[in-house]
Write a protein that binds this ligand. Structure first.
Ligand code: PLP
Length: 373
C-alpha cells in the first residue's frame, strides 16, 4: 500500500518536472521561430531550408538585435497600400549582414575566419568573429573608403589590401586562407550566411504573418534567397520581389534569360547602391530562379529620391542600397505586377545604413536629389 502511494507520488513529481521542463523549453524557444502554419516542403533542396533558417535564428539571437518594424503614413499614401519597414538599418554593424556572418561563424566553429568584402559583410564578419572568440582576416580593395577600413579595424578585423578587382579579391582571399589555415565565409553564396540572412523573414513573419508580399534588395542574393526559402515554406502564396538597380541588373537579366548571368553589362558599374554590385552565384541563383516571383529594377534618380524620402519622412538614415527597395515599392512596375488590392500589405527590408553621412546628406537632403553618376 505504502509502495503504491510512494510510486504515485514519484510519478506525479516526475510528470510535474517533465511539464515544467517542457514549459521552460517552449518559453526559451525564441518567438522568432514560431509560426502559425506548419512549413510546406519546397520543390527542391536548395541547401537551405526553413528549418535551417529557424535554427540560425535561435543560434544568433544572443548576438544580434531583433530589429523594429516601422510604418509611415506618407509612404502608405504614396504607394496606395500598407508598407511595413523592417529596420535592419538599426541592426548591429548597421546592416543585416551580421546575421549571416554570425551564423556562419558559429556553425564553422573555426579559430580563424577569412573573407573578401569592401562593404557591410567585412564589418559584420569582423564583429561576428569577435563575438565567438575567433580571428577575422578581411581582404579589402586598397581603394575602399578609409571609414570602412576603420570600422573593420575597430571590430578587430585584420585587413589585407588587394587590387580593386573581383579576381584580385578572390585570389588574395584564397591565398590568405591557405596561409592562415582559415575558414572562408563568402559574403552571399555561403549556405550558412544565406540561412542567417533568412532570419529577417523569420522575425518579420512572426510579427506580421499575413503579409502579401516582401520587397528585398538584391546584390549577391544571400538576403533574398534566405528570406524566400523561409517565406515560401510558411506561405506559398506570399510574393517575394527582388529589388535591383538598373545599372547592376544581373538578377533581372538572369531571370529573363532563365540562366545565371554572372557578369554586369558594364565591367566597372557605378551605382549609388554600392552594396548591390555583387553577382548571383551557384547557391543563390537556383532560389532566385524558383522562389523569387519577380525582380524589379529602378534607376539612379528613383533610388536617390526614395532614400531622400526615408531620411526626411521616416527620419532613418538608410544607405542607398536600402533605398532601392523603397524605390521598387513606389514604382509603377510594382503596382502593375502586384496591384494594391491584391497585395495590400507589403514588407520592405531597410537593409542597411552604412553611408558616409556628410557626403550622403549633400545628395539626399538637397532640394531635388540629383541622380548619381
Ligand atoms: C546594405 C545592403 N543591402 C543589401 C545587400 C545585398 O545583399 P546580398 O548580397 O545578400 O543580396 C548588401 C550586400 O552587401 C548590403 O550591404
Amino acid at each position: 500500500m505504502m509502495d503504491r502511494g510512494l510510486y504515485a507520488l514519484a510519478s506525479a513529481v516526475t510528470l510535474g518536472m517533465v511539464a515544467a521542463a517542457v514549459r521552460l523549453v517552449v518559453r526559451k524557444t525564441p518567438r522568432i521561430c514560431r509560426q502559425r502554419r506548419p512549413p510546406t516542403p519546397l520543390p527542391k533542396d536548395y541547401g537551405v531550408s526553413a528549418m535551417k533558417v529557424a535554427n540560425a535564428a535561435q543560434r544568433i539571437a544572443p548576438f544580434v538585435h531583433r530589429t523594429p518594424i516601422h510604418t509611415c503614413r506618407a509612404l502608405d499614401e504614396m504607394c496606395g497600400r500598407h508598407a511595413f519597414f523592417k529596420c535592419e538599418v538599426l541592426q548591429r554593424t548597421g546592416s543585416f549582414k551580421i546575421r549571416g556572418a554570425t551564423n556562419a561563424a558559429l556553425v564553422a566553429g573555426a579559430e580563424t575566419l577569412v573573407t573578401h568584402s569592401s562593404g557591410n559583410h567585412a564589418q559584420a564578419l569582423a564583429l561576428a568573429a569577435r563575438s565567438v572568440g575567433a580571428k577575422a582576416h578581411i581582404v579589402m580593395p586598397r581603394t575602399a573608403p578609409a571609414v570602412k577600413k576603420a570600422a573593420v579595424a575597430g571590430y578587430g578585423g585584420l585587413i589585407e589590401l588587394c587590387e580593386p578587382t573581383n579576381e584580385a579579391r578572390a585570389a588574395a582571399a584564397a591565398a590568405l586562407c591557405e596561409r592562415v589555415g582559415g575558414h572562408f565565409v563568402h559574403p552571399s553564396n555561403d549556405l550558412d550566411v544565406i540561412a542567417g540572412q533568412g532570419t529577417v523573414a523569420c522575425e518579420l513573419l512572426a510579427d506580421l504573418p499575413d503579409l502579401d508580399a516582401l520587397v528585398v534588395p538584391v546584390g549577391g542574393g544571400g538576403l533574398v534567397s534566405g528570406m524566400a526559402v523561409y517565406a515560401k515554406s510558411f506561405n506559398p502564396r506570399i510574393a517575394v520581389v527582388g529589388a535591383e538597380p538598373k545599372r547592376v541588373d544581373d538578377a533581372a537579366r538572369s531571370k529573363a534569360a532563365g540562366r545565371l548571368i554572372d557578369c554586369h553589362d558594364d565591367p566597372a558599374p557605378s551605382t549609388i547602391a554600392d552594396g548591390l554590385k555583387t553577382l548571383l552565384d551557384s547557391n543563390t541563383w537556383p532560389v532566385v530562379r524558383d522562389l523569387v516571383d519577380e525582380i524589379i529594377t529602378v534607376d539612379e534618380a528613383d533610388i536617390a529620391q526614395a532614400t531622400h524620402l526615408v531620411w526626411t519622412r521616416m527620419k532613418l538614415c538608410i544607405e542607398p542600397s536600402a533605398g532601392v527597395g523603397v524605390a521598387v515599392l513606389l514604382s509603377d512596375a510594382f503596382k502593375r505586377h502586384f496591384p494594391p488590392d491584391k497585395y495590400p500589405r507589403v514588407g520592405v527590408i531597410l537593409c542597411g545604413g552604412n553611408t558616409d553621412l556628410e557626403k550622403a546628406a549633400k545628395t539626399f537632403l538637397a532640394p531635388t536629389p540629383p541622380p548619381a553618376g
